[in-house]
Design a protein around this ligand. Structure first.
Ligand SMILES: *Cc1c(COP(=O)(O)O)cnc(C)c1O
Length: 374
């Protein structure tokens, strides 16, 4: 399960939690609706292969990633389910996708024209992206839709298998913008039905939309952040519609413990000075691991108790003010649970004035991921 480690810092991913979270959403969405497990960015920093395995085991039917490299990694790991790439892949690289049976996203007629000229090993599966208000990628008007469909009808090396859009505000308490995006989608869909007869898979919702508006979901949902046990926003968390289990935790061990006299300082810039005799511990994690300098002052857990990081965080090491002497090797939890205390991903995100999505993503690949459960 755990590879041998030469350093005392590691992230732990609870795969039982992933399975639990997928089951929770499957109970909530309509029976005709399936789950696309979103495992882009190495599964939001959790490890794409392991998470994909757990998600599929708990009933997800498709995988989605951001870039072609991520899709190839999964295919080569042996997954044979459909894999969708959300981003734009250059026409010259479409042959690679076709060869590996990877589904691509498209939304530009120029792109289709270029792909038509490529010689592919077989037809490439495509999902068409509609921009109903996210303002990122996708076609926006019925006119563009017409042009794209005309282009599509003349292309023999592509196969349209899906249509989707993405919501900008599904996690916010105000519903107007979400409703407006849905209306635009329905209108485009109505127009599309008049020009296309073959069946296509339709999907609109991310975690927030599928949790809050399950009745609005079509054939699939795209389940990302909440598969990892995190809520898309504090609004969704407060609504308590769904129970989720956080999968990610981050740990280290004391590698040095010492008692400092009053008036001694700790770390670069001597920004922390002891006011009394104090026990100071050192752990091997720093900003090169993604434990960034702005986290100076946040608590960690030792022996089920909260203790603060003192002094500047270094590239590879961090100091903690201990409440007493602890032996070298004592476990330190930076994210996760110890007894009744918990430092959630959300707490770290709040401390940094950002969203939970960013936290496991920013823990660098130097920190080994280990897996529990399964
Ligand atoms: C990342 C992403 C998702 C997943 O969103 P969550 O909020 O993490 O559930 C869904 N769809 C697209 C297009 C995405 O880029």
């Amino acid at each position: 399960m755990t590879p041998s480690l030469y350093r005392d810092t590691w992230a732990e991913v609870d795969l039982d939690a992933i399975e639990y979270n997928v089951k929770q959403i499957r109970e909530r969405i309509p029976a005709h609706c399936s789950v696309i497990a979103v495992v882009k960015a190495d599964a939001y920093g959790h490890g794409a292969v392991e998470v994909a395995e757990s998600a599929l085991k708990s009933g997800a039917q498709m995988l989605a990633v951001a870039i072609l490299e991520e899709a190839i990694t999964l295919r080569e790991a042996g997954f044979d389910v459909p894999i969708l790439v959300f981003g734009r892949v250059a026409p010259k690289d479409v042959a690679v996708a076709a060869e590996k049976d990877i589904t691509l996203t498209f939304f530009q007629k120029e792109w289709l024209r270029e792909v038509k000229r490529e010689s592919l090993p077989g037809p490439v599966n495509l999902h068409m992206k509609w921009d109903t208000g996210m303002g990122r990628i996708g076609l926006r008007t019925e006119d563009e839709l017409h042009q794209l469909v005309d282009e599509l009808k003349e292309a023999s090396n592509v196969k349209l298998t899906g249509i989707y859009t993405h919501f900008a505000t599904a996690d916010e308490s105000g519903k107007d913008y979400f409703i407006m995006q849905n209306e635009r989608f329905d209108k485009l869909l109505q127009a599309f039905r008049g020009m296309w007869e073959e069946p296509v898979a339709i999907h609109t919702g991310n975690s927030a939309a599928s949790i809050r508006y399950p009745e609005k979901m079509h054939h699939y949902i795209r389940f990302g952040i909440s598969m990892y046990g995190l809520y898309p926003s504090s609004t969704v968390k407060k609504e308590q519609i769904i129970d989720l289990k956080q999968s990610f935790s981050l740990h280290s061990r004391l590698i040095h413990v010492k008692r400092l006299a009053p008036g001694e300082s700790v770390s670069y810039g001597a920004t922390y000075t002891t006011s009394d005799y104090e026990w100071i511990g050192t752990i091997m994690i720093g900003y090169a691991d993604g434990w960034i300098r702005k986290l100076q002052g946040i608590d960690v857990l030792i022996d089920g108790k909260r203790m603060p990081i003192v002094g500047r965080i270094c590239m590879d090491q961090t100091m903690i003010k201990l409440d007493k002497e602890y032996p070298v090797g004592t476990k330190v939890t930076l994210i996760g649970k110890q007894r009744d205390e918990m430092i959630g991903v959300d707490e770290v995100a709040d401390y940094l004035d950002t969203i939970s999505y960013e936290i496991p993503c920013m823990i660098s690949s130097r920190v080994p991921r280990t897996y529990s459960g399964k």
